[in-house]
Design a protein around this ligand. Sequence first.
Ligand code: ARG
Length: 384
Amino acid sequence: MTAPGSRCAGGHPEPIARWQEAVEFIALHHREELDGADPAHRTEVIRAEIDATGTYRHTAEELTFGARVAWRNANRCIGRLYWRSLRVRDRRQVTRGADIAAESADHLREAAGRDGRIRPLITVFAPDEPGRPGPRIWNEQLIRYAGYEAPDGAVCGDPRNVGITALARRLGWPGGAGTPFDVLPLVVQGAGEEPRCYPLPADAVLEVAIEHPEYAWWAELGLRWHAVPALANMCLEIGGVCYPTAPFNGWYMGTEIGARNFADTDRYDLLPCIADRLGLDTGVDRSLWKDRALVELNRSVLHSFDRAGVTVTDHHTESRRFLAHMGREERHGRPVGADWSWIVPPISGSATPVFHRTYDPTERRPAYVHHAEAHARARGDLDG
Ligand code: ARG
């Protein structure tokens, strides 16, 4: 086995590596979905296809199963209980940048529904083929907020996205209104095309304005966040085939926004401002002003999503569900891999049951994989 992440990093795996991974995946599919039927016939067909073309085409059933199992295998994800409910939009015929942007907007509309009830969804675009790389979305998520860097280094917006914001400007994006929450355009590189900017239609971007259940002044902070977290630059690897453009989403766990996006010092860095407004003593660590501000920030996120009728989960519920997921998988004889440092929530870790145990870190495939070049592109690095 090659190290994770290196499969389709520099060109393509040798057909033989593809073959072995294909055999493993087809065997898994037959074992789990086809009552243990003999996979020999299917693997022979694939063998001939790989010999002729260097790759092979999944059936719609294989693609759906592969995308779901890739979620099941996501060791960093606490929300895997519902892996079977992932809906798959098969758009493998789509390769042009403009079409990918339009389909991505449709993805976001479908994921949020008309009612704000978020549905786990993936759209799979054209795979990489030998000598013919598939399309790429450069943004790390379909929805991200711009980060405008002033000459003195101060950032308006999300500092995480300074690089891609500058890149979008270089590609001709005129910039947004200049608020801390300007939605970035998609930067899409169609197969055989140069990257181009495609603004997201406003009706594709559901957002929640953040208020607090008790403090009326909270709304004046003008905070907001998008409803759908849709990872856009991870490669879906199934049976030796790389789908580099396969945006997928679940729903948010409140802490992702309240304890990380809003609170991390290299993100919106809101704890000092909020503690100040709460009248806490920010002069000494041991007043626990950061901890108290974190709790109120996280309450405000859960409260606001609930009021808006947008699906969000909390870390206590999700921790219980994750252990239920582990129990269920193990009863089916399927081992569960997990990464403790990602599974344990960023606040109140020890108050959740996922803290008090260890996990098997084994990585399995199919999988959603981060490639180094995808990270570089998301930083706006043109050479990425
Ligand atoms: N943590 C990321 C964010 O805050 C999203 C990652 C995926 N999260 C999810 N709930 N599916 O935007």
